[in-house]
Write a protein that binds this ligand. Structure first.
Ligand code: ANZ
Length: 921
């Protein structure tokens, strides 16, 4: 007697897998490799809810499928374990964040193991572990020691740059560097003191310290990245964010802008994610142009529309522009200063997106249009951003909407420019007061006019073509405790790297996880924390994205203490074949990872340009909230269908005390003390709850814990059910109403292998054509589905197959064995158990995925409706090649047919092949 005891079976196989290290890939292999990766989680205190495993189940199915297909599969899991919540908790409780993190991870692992993922747990990594962050620090050091050479189009050693400075200065250097990098000769370089040389090199290094205007969040006591600020407040916690100038570590990601853009063409990612990265990089092809300032100096503007130069009626500088102070006339000074003060405190994003508030001030100064030689006023306005292009624009209100709004508001001249060349159009345009291009721009289409404009500017020596990227260098410092220490110390204000053998630089112990009295980051509290007992360490830590920007390499060789991973392992595993995770990482993590990957590629540390070949964003599982309706002023609750007859208040109720939208009244009374004497107004003796789809969250009492589902119906049911909910990429509500169906399916599958008494009873008889057909069409469909990552359709295919086989009363090994193999990626525990019962030793994980055969799929029989005198009376199945006379005999012998012939003899039997049989009596 054996029942489908899922709890016991699942525990048994989870233990087996662990003890036998079933999912450890072979170290060296002739097999092709497959690397399936999940975005590793931040281990939060709330644990996993049923939404989290969705992507993990999908990648696990693919991993298990690939093993059956003969691949050597790397499928690891780890934890992105530095982060703000642990630190916030530490601030409140004084407990070291490492302790909370450790506890949360333990819970995550337990929950993950319950679901039967085929992770190789030996490879688990934690970004907050010193043995891991040693290598994050090491990569930081490589970045510090590198600059970007545009001529070779890759990162190179800073020593090479120094050698070049020593022989030729920087005249021939074509490198990514700060805008304010001065030109110097070899002589001048040699005459610089150590401090000056160090400052100069910082202008080239791929990670560097610089004064930067940053998003400072006073409530969190730290700087935030642009993508951590949403609508002017911090993404986490919603605290106000200010613009502030601070000395920060930066990453020169802009050096890679073009390669990050081009690389998108090579990878199989969702188009919206690629588009977001393209927009983030924001490439603009245009020109920079010098407007001479009346009096002295000039203003460089960046424009993508040099063809509109004859319509430029004023120039606008960003309020922070360094020329503002110099050009403002005494009469305008007060107004200008007041305006600069106000503009400074508006965030860049606000300034960019706010089209309603028009504000600006005239500086009193004038500039000369270098091509038309027209004299135009110089204004300042905050719609021009300091950090983009040159921080100055030539305003063409006839063609640019922001310039237009501004000109309208301040009554500045507006002139449209017409290409010219067509006399009729020109005459009309002249009447309308439009400017007609003359000379070198006359008659040209926009594209050609831009080219001609750039050529003219170059000829006159007043400008040149310029490619501009919207992307900025990334701020890399966080004024927090719970992050990687930066492996840098300061000597006379100059940053120096630690010696490599001194890595990892571990987080020091501190007495409180708060900034110091003097406003230094928390690390400033560490006592006696000095490099070589004398030099100050950097006090900020790295941002959350540092550890996640290279972690997929560590999984290849997680315990290595001599390298972040051994070269031959990197050469074998190369990069990630399938990466599954949430779409919220479109520009943050996924862009930084691509950047570090390209950098590591340049240094020949890794062998692929792109880290993640294919990306899938799993949709979010939303909560399905339940509501009760309290009659106002009473402790009475009215059922959903009757609520409109009363004045009620809608209240969330815990989804765990509701089944099929009916409230468990006793559980409700116990749920909260104030419910103890609750009364109910029922419908048909039941309390029906209201339902709404919302984000899954504690406060809405709609969180479903996977452990509960695993307890009640098993991990295999949970896995198949999550896939059954709908296409992986789709957002969909969690709705347990369909779960029973999936569970029943597994019981039905189990029963195919057992007789009515529950004894294992599989026969070795040869299968029938119908059985083979059912099996082979299932193999075919499931294979096609997994190959195109469509998992929900496979689940329904399995269900149809098991229904068919149940009807056919199949218990044949030849059918059930291959079916068990193809089901095993979805429901691995039940598959292992039945595989063992079928007499196999060892895990089903390395069985071979069966091949489907076309011959079994073709129809070889037909079910004919049999009619007597035009009325359908029976149904009979014949082989497609059955001889006519045999068919006639069989028809006449059929019981049903005989009954309706009523003892008469047949006059005629008409057989229309593959259609119908008609008996005329
Ligand atoms: C004249 C002009 C005429 C412009 C026209 C546009 C249309 P993208 O494509 O986003 O790169 N611009 C340049 N620097 C700016 C800054 N720091 N802050 C705000 N705006 C700036 O935009 C480039 C265009 O945006 C430039 O081309 C400039 O306006 C403006 F019919 O110059 B244009």
């Amino acid at each position: 007697m054996s029942e489908y005891n899922f709890n016991q079976i699942e525990k048994k196989w989870q233990r087996y897998w662990e003890e036998n290290q079933t999912f450890k890939p072979s170290a060296t292999s002739d097999k092709p490799k497959y690397y399936a990766l999940d975005m590793f989680p931040y281990p939060s205190g709330a644990g996993l809810h049923v939404g989290h495993p969705l992507g993990y189940i999908a990648s696990d199915i693919v991993s298990r499928y690939k093993r059956l297909k003969g691949f050597n599969v790397l499928h690891p899991m780890g934890f992105d374990s530095f982060g703000l919540p642990a630190e916030q908790y530490a601030i409140q409780t004084g407990q070291h964040p490492a302790i909370t993190t450790e506890q949360n991870i333990a819970r995550y692992i337990e929950q993950l193991k319950n679901i039967g993922f085929s992770f190789d747990w030996e490879r688990e990594i934690r970004t907050s572990d010193p043995s891991y962050y040693k290598w994050t620090q090491w990569i930081f050091m490589q970045l510090f020691n590198s600059y970007y050479n545009y001529t070779s189009d890759k990162a190179e050693s800073i020593e090479k740059l120094v050698a070049e400075f020593e022989t030729n200065g920087n005249a021939n250097v074509n490198a990514a560097c700060d805008d304010d990098t001065p030109a110097f000769s070899a002589e001048e370089w040699k005459n610089m003191d150590e401090q000056q040389q160090a400052e100069t090199l910082l202008k080239y290094r791929l990670t560097y310290v610089a004064e930067a205007v940053v998003n400072w969040c006073p409530a969190l006591g730290t700087v935030l990245a642009n993508d951590e600020v949403v609508g002017g407040v911090s993404e986490r916690g919603g605290y106000p964010v200010e613009r502030k100038k601070m000395r920060q570590w930066m990453m020169r990601i802009t050096a890679y802008a073009e390669r990050l853009l081009q690389g998108l063409e090579e990878i199989d990612w969702p188009e919206p994610v690629k588009e977001m990265q393209r927009n983030w990089i924001g490439k603009s092809v245009g020109a920079e142009l010098d407007f001479a300032i009346e009096g002295d100096g000039h203003i460089k503007v960046f424009t993508t529309r040099i063809d509109t130069i004859f319509g430029a009626t004023f120039v606008v500088l960003a309020p922070e522009h360094e020329l503002v102070e110099q050009i403002t006339t005494p009469e305008q000074l007060e107004q200008v200063e007041a305006y600069v003060q106000v503009a400074k405190n508006r965030s860049e994003r606000e300034r960019m997106t706010d089209v309603k508030t028009v504000s600006g001030v005239f500086t009193g100064a004038y500039a000369i249009n270098p091509i038309s030689e027209e004299r135009v006023p110089i204004w300042i306005a905050d719609y021009v951003l300091a950090g983009y292009g040159t921080g100055a624009v030539m305003a063409v209100p006839g063609h640019d909407s922001r310039d237009y709004t501004f000109a309208k508001h301040f009554n500045l001249p507006i002139r449209e420019v017409v290409a010219g060349g067509n006399l009729e159009e020109e005459a009309y345009a002249a009447k309308e007061g439009k400017i007609i291009n003359s000379g070198f721009l006359n008659g040209l289409e926009v594209k050609d006019a831009i080219k001609a404009g750039i050529a003219k500017a170059e000829e006159l020596g007043v400008g040149k073509g310029r490619v501009q990227y919207r992307m900025r260098d990334a701020v890399f410092s966080r004024q927090r405790y719970w992050g990687e220490p930066v492996p840098v110390y300061f000597k006379d204000g100059i940053p120096h790297l630690l010696k490599q053998e001194d890595l990892p630089l571990e987080l020091p112990k501190i007495d409180a996880y708060l900034p110091t009295e003097t406003g230094e980051p928390p690390l400033g509290r560490a006592v006696d924390w000095k490099y070589e007992n004398q030099y100050e360490y950097e006090l900020s830590t790295m941002p959350g994205w540092a550890g996640s920007s290279w972690y997929w390499y560590r999984y290849m060789d997680p315990q290595n203490d001599n390298a972040f991973a051994e070269k031959d392992k990197i050469e074998y595993w190369r990069n990630v074949d399938l990466y599954i995770g949430g779409s919220e990482h479109a520009t943050g993590h996924l862009l930084y990872s691509r950047f570090w990957n390209k950098f590591m590629f340049d240094l020949e540390l890794v062998v692929e340009h792109e880290p993640f070949k294919k990306l899938i964003n799993q949709g979010m599982i939303q909560g399905r909230s339940n509501f009760v309706y309290r009659v106002n002023g009473t402790n009475k609750y009215v059922s959903f269908g009757l609520k409109d007859q009363y004045e009620t208040t809608q209240l969330h109720v815990d989804v765990n005390i509701v089944e099929n939208d009916v409230l468990d009244l006793e559980a409700f009374k116990k749920w909260r003390p104030e419910n103890a004497d609750a009364e109910f107004i029922l419908e048909d003796g039941k309390y029906n709850v209201g339902v709404e789809i919302e984000k899954m969250s504690k406060s809405k009492y709609n969180v479903v814990n996977p452990d509960d589902i695993v307890d009640r119906q098993g991990a295999d049911t949970l896995r198949m059910y999550e896939m059954f909910l709908g296409p992986l990429e789709q957002f969909k509500p969690w709705n347990t109403n369909g779960m029973d169906g999936v569970h029943k399916f597994l019981r039905k599958f189990w029963r195919l292998f057992h007789d009515n008494d529950g004894n294992f009873a599989v026969s070795d008889d040869a299968p029938t054509a119908a059985e083979l057909k059912s099996l082979h069409k299932t193999i075919k469909k499931v294979e096609e589905d997994v190959e195109r990552f469509s998992f929900n359709t496979s689940v329904s295919t399995f269900m149809i197959c098991v229904n068919e086989l149940t009807q056919l009363k199949t218990n044949k090994r030849a059918i059930l064995e291959p079916l068990t193999v193809i089901l095993s990626p979805y429901a691995p525990h039940i598959a292992e158990e039945l595989w063992e019962k079928l007499g196999h030793s060892g895990s089903i994980s390395y069985a071979a995925f069966p091949e489907w055969k076309e011959e079994y799929l073709v129809e070889n029989s037909f079910e004919y409706p049999v009619s007597i005198n035009g009325k359908t009376r029976s149904k009979m199945t014949f082989a497609l090649d059955a001889p006519k006379d045999e068919m006639e005999k069989a028809v006449l012998a059929d019981e049903q047919v005989q009954k309706f012939m009523d003892g008469k003899s047949a006059k005629k039997i008409i057989i229309v092949p593959n259609k119908i049989i008609n008996v005329v009596v």
